[in-house]
Design a protein around this ligand. Structure first.
Ligand SMILES: Cc1c2[nH]c(c1CCC(=O)O)Cc1[nH]c(c(CCC(=O)O)c1C)Cc1[nH]c(c(CCC(=O)O)c1C)Cc1[nH]c(c(C)c1CCC(=O)O)C2
Length: 344
């Protein structure tokens, strides 16, 4: 389908553009009252994820309301473990929980490699979204990085330390690699399904990258992210490895197009480490959006000046926080558009 706004795709190729594209991680859900309204009409988060028409509706809301330059499909990274045979629950105000976790070889044996068809609700949601967007903006597909998915499958929930998951890397590295490979194969199947359904680009979220020592990061995370990137030549790929400042040089060498930066990563230093051939995405501190408009304007300008006019997709350094005023988010989007247009 012809895209009326392909700023992100041109920026990823390194082309000169009329302004910097902008979207927000976790823009679908979390902040909009319009999302809450849809969500409250259902039994909970999972029902929304599994109802394609409504998932498509909340995917498009931020495009209509905030004016972002891309939609990201409404789903969750945890649909992969579920499709492999390890279901999750989403506990209101607390987050995800796995009633059973992977502890032993017997637990591993019960799992399978997921096919895209096992997550047909999200594949269907992508088809509907794509149709309803009518080419207004590109649609981003996504998955969790194998290490981050592994962390939830072994730990069973969120955690400050993920000590059960990290322990397995020392106590049974062979089993850890087996599980990581199964997650990787499942993720490749799933992302290929998303692309066939109409995703224009994909992002891999390695939310728990930063808790691994650098050598473990290379062995247990980057290796598998790299496999995924190599297996998906069809569309541009973004890798966001939160807190993995130590891995920026290696990330610059894998087969992806864009690297996401969190707000603690120095922009110029990141550009030096990653090199000139990748597009960078990020990286405003999500807390800037609690400040007044003048402070937001100054922070946006400082960010845009440091990234420069090319090979930059403006975003926050992590997902937008749930209690952020949507008006401030809109102001952020508008400010990026206005100031970057002047800069170009
Ligand atoms: C670690 C992780 C998860 N999910 C995700 C990550 C990686 C990104 C990151 O680091 O923030 C990714 C994700 N989750 C969701 C999306 C939708 C698309 C988007 O707007 O980006 C995406 C891309 C919806 C969601 N996923 C979740 C919600 C909130 C559920 C609700 O109350 O409606 C949404 C909109 C629930 C979720 N899902 C997860 C957690 C820890 C939680 C609870 C805390 C929270 O994020 O609100 C796992």
């Amino acid at each position: 389908m012809h895209l009326k706004n392909d700023l992100i795709l041109r920026t990823i190729k390194g082309e000169k553009t009329e302004r910097t594209p902008v979207w927000l991680m976790r823009q679908a859900g979390r902040i909009l009252p319009e999302y809450r309204a849809v969500r409250n009409s259902l039994s909970g988060f999972k029902e929304l994820v599994e109802t394609p028409e409504l998932a498509a509706e909340v995917t498009i809301q931020p495009v209509d309301i905030l004016g972002v330059d891309a939609a990201i499909i409404f789903s969750d990274i945890l649909v992969i473990p579920e499709a492999m045979g390890l279901p999750y629950e989403m506990i209101e105000k607390k987050g995800p929980r796995f009633p059973s976790t992977v502890k032993t070889a017997a637990d591993l044996k019960k799992l399978k490699i997921a096919e895209a068809d096992d997550i047909s609700y999200t594949i269907e949601a992508i088809k509907i979204t794509r149709k309803e967007l009518q080419g207004r903006v590109p649609l981003i597909g996504f998955a969790g990085a194998p290490w981050t998915i592994f962390a939830y499958m072994v730990e069973g929930s969120g955690s400050k330390t993920f000590s059960k998951a990290r322990a397995m890397l020392y106590t049974d590295p062979k089993m850890a690699h087996q599980l990581l490979q199964m997650i990787t194969d499942s993720t490749i199947n799933y992302l290929k399904g998303q692309i066939a359904a109409g995703a224009d680009l994909v992002q891999i979220f390695d939310s728990w990258a930063g808790i691994l020592p650098p050598a473990h990061y290379e062995e247990f995370s980057l290796k598998y992210i790299s496999q995924i990137c190599d297996a998906i030549p069809e569309v541009p790929k973004t890798v966001f490895a939160k807190d993995a400042y130590f891995a920026r040089k290696s990330l610059g060498q894998i087969n992806c197009n864009t690297i996401g930066l969190d707000w603690c990563m120095d922009i110029k230093e990141s550009r030096q480490l990653i090199g000139e051939n990748k597009t960078l995405q990020g990286n405003l501190d999500p807390c800037v959006l609690y400040a007044d408009e003048q402070a937001i304007t100054e922070a946006v300008k400082a960010m845009l000046d440091q990234f420069g006019p090319q090979r930059h997709i403006a975003n926050l350094g992590h997902g937008v926080y749930p209690d952020t005023d949507p008006g401030k988010v809109k102001f952020f989007v508008d400010t990026v558009k206005e100031y970057s247009a002047a800069m170009h």
